[in-house]
Write a protein that binds this ligand. Structure first.
Ligand code: HCB
Length: 213
């Protein structure tokens, strides 16, 4: 069942077992379980648990790296299948997304980008460690409906404010909606810096981007 597969995936990420994660994801595809739930309630739950233990000092950075590799191995198997399921819906508009300057955390941003693609948006993924000016240039070039940034650290989250400021300085703030996300980011933070959308996770991002489309 879904719960069993999710639990196995969570445990395999916590065991840093790439091969087992891959096997479980293959099995999940065969069993036709919900892959979004597998990503969020299985793989991500395992990743978060490892993150918590890292914070408590019971696990170390190499463990976090190993867990993130295991998680990415699973996401790599699920992504093409998910994208194929998305089918040929008419594009709802363009969304530019990237992980902010100074921040190399990409797993969550990648999941959000994939889910938005599946939901029918054209996604321009700027990658990670994206300079603020690059977001602004991408808004000029692609004229997206939404520009989203991901920040996983309290130190880089601050820079989401600079996106707001530089879009204003370029005179294009009103031409686009901004979206912010990442573990330390909250609705309060979005309100404080004047960002239009806060998304807690990939599902929330899809719901809120759909509502704005
Ligand atoms: Co990293 N790291 N890390 N890390 N890391 C965090 C983020 C800490 C919170 C861990 C801790 O100390 N408790 C911490 C940040 C502390 C702070 O706030 N200041 C931290 C640190 C300190 C660091 C380094 C500095 C460690 C070091 O070198 N000493 C270093 C960063 C270097 C740098 O960026 N310049 C570092 C490195 C790493 C890796 C490379 C080992 C690895 C990243 C691998 C990769 O991404 N390719 C990593 C990881 C995996 C984590 C944790 C454990 C998990 C992050 C993750 O992938 N979660 C994280 C602990 C945590 O977050 N609790 C830890 C799973 C994904 C699916 O969740 O929240 O990223 P998500 O994304 C969600 C959600 O937020 C939302 O949707 C996603 C999907 O549902 N969302 C958006 C995300 N972005 C969005 C954008 C939108 O527009 C909308 C929604």
């Amino acid at each position: 069942t879904q719960d069993e597969i999710n639990a196995k995936a969570k445990a395999a990420v916590m065991d840093f077992d790439d091969e087992l994660v891959e096997e479980i994801c293959e099995e999940a595809i065969e069993a036709k379980v919900d892959m979004v739930s597998l990503i969020q309630d299985g793989l991500t739950a395992g990743m978060n648990e490892v993150g918590d233990q890292f914070e408590q000092g019971t696990l170390f950075l190499p463990h976090v790296i190993a867990a993130s590799e295991a998680m990415s191995a699973g996401v790599a198997i699920l992504t093409p299948v998910l994208e194929a399921q998305g089918g040929s819906v008419k594009s709802k508009g363009t969304i530019v997304i990237g992980t902010i300057e100074g921040d190399i955390h990409s797993i969550g941003k990648d999941i959000v980008a994939t889910m938005l693609k599946i939901a029918g948006f054209k996604v321009v993924d700027l990658g990670r460690d994206v300079a603020i000016g690059t977001y602004v240039d991408a808004v000029k070039e692609h004229k997206p409906m939404i520009v989203g940034s991901s920040a996983l650290m309290t130190t880089t989250m601050i820079l989401q404010m600079n996106i707001e400021e530089q879009l204003k300085e370029a005179g294009i703030r009103d031409s686009v909606m901004t979206m912010v996300g990442g573990a330390p980011v909250t609705q309060d933070w979005a309100d404080k810096i004047g960002s239009d959308i806060y998304a807690e996770n990939a599902t929330d991002a899809v719901v809120k981007c759909n509502a704005s489309a």
